[in-house]
Ligand binder design. Sequence first.
Ligand code: GSH
Length: 187
Amino acid sequence: MNPKGKVPTLIVDGRVLTENVAILLWLAARFPEANLLPQYQDAFGKAQLVADLAYCASGLHPIVTRLRIPQYFCDIPGGEHRVFEMAEVAMRPNFALIDRRLAEHEWWYGDCWSVMDAYINWVWFRVTGAGFDGSEYPHFAHHDERIKQRPSVQRALRRNSHAAELLNAQGLAVKFSGQDAVRAPTT
Ligand SMILES: N[C@@H](CCC(=O)N[C@@H](CS)C(=O)NCC(=O)O)C(=O)O
């Protein structure tokens, strides 16, 4: 469905929408009652939302990929360990930035949950699940605990498990790239 061969992909009335930033902005605009993002009216506020989502997609996401599948980035035997270590170094200032922000507020935008919280939480569980040590970032860790208590997240996780079971039953076992991680998960 996605000519670029990536997930996520959203089909809207038969039309294909790709790229996390575009999909999240479209969902927030299409379903304003869901309050997926703050509803700024001014141009600067709207640009700030794009900046935040672009930070996740182009700043954080590529480092997540290096931590999850370092073997994609270096085919020298054993090179994946060094790719992982350098990605760890690259990720730490970003985790520090997020941790500082979450020290002051419950959610990325203050008192209201938004898809930014979902996106940074995806970063958290993907990289701690690959062996990145998150223990220096207690506010980010607490954010993960709060996210997991959300009924919508629990519903999504149940749907995810159910989908994995269906695929397994059809012999289409879900193989997560993290199975090849160079380090054991920390969470
Ligand atoms: N720029 C794309 C990146 C999407 C992306 O990298 N998705 C990963 C999964 S998190 C993927 O499809 N990886 C499969 C691959 O690269 O083969 C976006 O923001 O949607």
